[in-house]
Design a protein around this ligand. Structure first.
Ligand code: SAH
Ligand code: SF4
Ligand code: F3S
Length: 455
């Protein structure tokens, strides 16, 4: 009988994708996924250490699973960025923990698990030099149920923004050969995947250090020509490395979706400098203007941090001013959280917690209005929607996303899953849109793209 694995995942899309990869690897080792930890033979917590809050989640999760170890001998493991950061310290601190699996050790996880099962030994593998093994494809063997999939195109980061732990826990930047990426995308498309999201901490600098001459825009062009792939997305981009060539790709490549996630972190040039971000508020806005010139319908989202050391009221105002000028479709906002070992953690002029919280609330309140207003303004438009499945709110409805990555719910049946359909938006809510499907047989919609572009 197959064994059962339960994985709890925190953090960014890279971690979500790592969890998918772990599940694929374990499936080959005769493990099936369970959604209930009580049934599991192996419980794995895939962790994030980008801020204090996600980091602490690992300890409460471990506390929750302690009784499973005691009651049924479940193997307990920690993977991801906290595992990488803490290593053996985690084993010392948590006596019932069996495995610590660093960010680049995923390909050897099944062997490590077997070692624990056979010998009862506790293992810790956090070496960051696995000869690029991490980047090797872990292809799904059975058809995927999902209509979209992540594809890793690079690992690590060389930027060392002063607040950020990622380069320390994910290692140096390394691109994956384009041939392997293309093979993986072909395999996914043949298995029914319609949308791929290319993953890397800084996809704009893709290609650096590879033997072949290729940059990110050229990689996009190759993927654009793969049959079966209908949509391409990518994340994350660094404003400093956003090239004119990539901006042009938005009007050139049909499958490239009109959405860009471009974290700005702060609108104050003083703070941006202290963060070592390598751009100014003005040059950031210039890039946004270029993107909108080339692709007027592009949706823009970003990350922003409040309360970085030395952030004064006027710096915070500059952040609000940038938001006002750009009017993002959505924003992910965070209170600065000092990370051990990063340069910013040594800065002394820390912003008080109360002030950070106030700034975060003000910023989120403003953004809420922008997001809602943009969603309302979509009313009456016809959007191409890739249907993903049943809506969680109403089982008469299906749910999907527009090319601009907005969630749309509308009445429809499950036969639509995996299809691109024209949907007329009838209402915009704070976090989603409501619509109604237009007949795909209607003469004006038989060619979906022209129906949408000619509206
Ligand atoms: N590679 C991405 C970001 C990865 S981390 C990029 O360069 O944009 C995701 C987000 O977490 C960052 O964009 C930043 O807004 C936030 N973040 C990172 N470190 C942080 C810290 N120490 N405190 C608060 N937020 C942080
Ligand atoms: Fe962190 Fe900066 Fe690298 Fe993004 S680019 S992962 S914020 S160091
Ligand atoms: Fe977190 Fe690691 Fe991603 S620190 S944000 S899970 S790269």
């Amino acid at each position: 009988m197959p064994k059962r694995v339960y994985i709890e995942t925190y953090g960014c899309q890279m971690n979500e994708h790592d969890t998918e990869r772990i599940l694929r690897l374990l499936e080959e080792a005769d493990y099936l996924e369970t959604r209930d930890a009580r049934d599991a033979d192996f419980v794995l917590i895939n962790t994030c250490s980008v801020r204090e809050k996600p980091e602490h989640k690992v300890y409460s999760a471990l506390g929750r699973y302690k009784w499973l170890k005691e009651g049924r001998g479940t193997v307990i493991g920690v993977a991801g960025c906290v595992a990488q950061q803490e290593g053996n310290k985690l084993l010392d601190r948590i006596p019932y923990l069996d495995m610590v699996i660093g960010t680049q050790a995923i390909p050897i996880l099944p062997q490590l698990l077997q070692k624990v099962e056979v010998s009862g030994e506790r293992v810790c593998e956090i070496s960051l030099d696995q000869d690029g093994k991490y980047l090797k494809a872990v292809l799904p063997k059975k058809p995927l149920e999902e209509v979209k999939s992540y594809v890793t195109i690079m690992q690590g980061c060389d930027h060392f923004c002063s607040f950020c732990i990622v380069p320390y826990v994910r290692g140096r930047e390394k691109s994956r050969p384009s041939k392997e990426i293309i093979e993986e995308v072909r395999h996914l498309a043949a298995g029914g995947v319609k949308e791929v999201c290319l993953l890397g901490q800084n996809v704009n600098s893709y290609g650096k250090g590879l033997e072949e001459e290729i940059n990110f825009s050229q990689l996009l062009e190759c993927i654009n020509s793969i049959e079966g792939v209908e949509r391409i997305r990518f994340t994350t981009s660094h404003p400093k490395d956003l090239s004119e060539e990539l901006i042009q790709s938005f009007s050139k490549l049909k499958k490239l979706c009109e959405h860009m996630h471009l974290p700005f972190q702060s609108g104050s040039n003083k703070v941006l400098k202290a963060m070592h971000r390598g751009y100014t508020k003005e040059s950031y806005i210039e890039k946004i203007d270029r993107l909108r010139e080339r692709c007027p319908s592009i949706a823009l989202t970003a990350d922003v941090i409040v309360g970085f050391p030395g952030e004064e009221e006027q710096d915070f105002k500059a952040t609000l001013d940038l938001m006002e000028k750009v009017q993002f479709d959505d924003l992910f906002s965070f209170k600065y959280s000092p990370r051990k070992g990063t340069r910013a953690a040594q800065l002394e002029d820390r912003v008080e917690e109360k002030v950070k919280q106030e700034r975060l609330s003000i910023l989120q309140e403003i953004q809420k209005h922008f997001t809602y207003r943009k969603n309302q303004a979509s009313g009456g438009h016809v959007e191409e929607v890739l249907v993903e499945g049943r809506s969680k709110q109403d089982n008469q409805d299906v749910t999907g996303r527009t090319r601009s990555n907005k969630i749309v719910n509308f009445a429809g049946d499950l036969e639509l899953v995996g299809k691109l359909v024209p949907v007329k938006i009838t209402k915009g809510y704070p976090h989603s849109l409501r619509g109604e499907i237009l007949s795909t047989h209607h003469p004006s919609t038989c060619n979906l793209r022209s129906a949408i572009h000619n509206q």
